[in-house]
Structure formats: C-alpha cells, structure tokens
Design a protein around this ligand. Sequence first.
Ligand code: FPP
Length: 259
Amino acid sequence: MSEPIQRPDFGGPFPEHIAIIMDGNGRWAQERGMRRVFGHREGIASVREVTTACARMGVKGLTLYAFSVENWKRPRVEIRYLMRLLRRFLVEERPTLMENGVRLRAIGRLETLPDEVVRVLRETEELTARNEGMVLRLALSYGARSEVADALERFARDVRDGSVDVAAIDEETLRAYLYDPEMVDPDLLIRTAGEMRLSNFLLWQISYSEIHVAPECWPEFREAQLLEALESYARRVRKFGGLISEGPNSVSKAREQRA
Ligand code: FPP
C-alpha cells in the first residue's frame, strides 16, 4: 500500500466525508472545440487524482455523483459512452484502489444500469471489500428523491409484513433504509463549474454539510483545487442549528484562529 501523505493543516477542522457534484465536463470540452464526451473522458483523470489524494490524506469517505436518474434523459450516444467509461474505470482503477486501500461501494438504482456495468461493479466491490482505508462511493443512477421514495417503499413493506412497527419511524430508522446505511453525513459538499445547485444529490444527508463551489469545470478540478476546498472548510464554523458550540470548530475558536 502507498504511504499516506501529510494531511494539510489549515488550522481548522478536516472533513471526514466529502461529497462531490462533478459538473462541467461538457462545457470543458466544448470550450476547447471538442465533443462533450471528451470532457467525461478527461473527468476520469480528475476522479483518479482526487480519489488518490483524499485516500492518502486520510479522508474516510468520498462520494461522487457520477450518473443521476435524470442523466438517462441525455442522448443515447452520450449515455452509452458514459457507461463504457464507467465499466473501463471499474476495471482499470482496481490496482490504484488496492494500492491506496480504497473500498468501492455504489449507491443508486443500480438495477437500472447495464448488466455488464453491474457485473464489474460487483466484482470491484468484492475485490476491495477488505480494504481498510477510505470508502469511495459512486452515486450511479442516483436521485435523492428516488432514494427517499425507495426507502419508504421498503419501510412500508416491512410494516405490512409485521417486521417493523409504524411507530418506529424516526430519523435513525429512516437512515437504515437509505441505499447505504453505513454512510455518515457528508461534512463537505463540493460542486464544480460554479453552479449553485444541489441537483437532487444526497438531499437528506447534506442537511448540515458545508458547501464549497469551485469555479473550475470537473476536468480541471485536481489536487490543488481540492486543497482550496479543504482550506475553505477549515475556516467554517459549524453550529448544527445550535448557538456557540465548544470544540475545534466553535465560534470562539474560529475567531481566535482568524485573528
Ligand atoms: C457532469 O458534466 C458530469 C456527469 C454527468 C458525469 C460525471 C462523469 C464523469 C466524471 C466520468 C465518469 C465517472 C466515473 C466515476 C467513471 P456535464 O456533462 O453535465 O457538463 P455540462 O454541465 O458542462 O454539460
């Protein structure tokens, strides 16, 4: 396994779970007179660099929005290209994932993906299952509203079968019915290409996440841009709806650090 790299110290908290909306692949390519799909191809290099940097800095979880339920509305040729890229990524990245101790998981309506993608996805999940480093989650055929609808459907079935009492529903019970109950809420949500939208991504889980919008399109988002996001996160004061909390990211501590 490769050596961990020094975690950057920006004098504030460091996120355990980072979620990223990778936007702007098409624009990046079109601005260079290329077809949109070349942006997706270049985006793979960013996925590799950001995943490796996060794993080596000791981030515990990284969740990437790779294909949304709405993305099925794109032209057939673009969808086919994305599925081919995904399949190739899931095979070719195996040595890098193993070398960096990364465990791969997927969330979303995986049954709607092509069989061949599901097959290599399951193989890669199995191959990396015993790795003890970062969990890389790919959100595939994912939508936050579908996730909540799917969770409610499964909950309703369990109530009907008598295995769960309807009175049992609370926030933690609902979490257990989400696609990956082990996933903790993201501390930091990054979106690239300057857009200020959530686009149906992890809506339940990002209730208290800090948001960082990077101006760069996803193919230009590399380790340097990740460090900028981490630096910006280190300056945030997280209150979770309360007033002044104690601890490393309390209001008073943050003021002291900024002084
Ligand atoms: C948004 O760019 C990006 C996507 C719809 C897919 C993201 C996919 C990749 C980075 C490559 C595949 C990923 C993996 C993990 C194998 P856009 O096309 O919406 O860009 P635009 O807003 O400029 O049109």
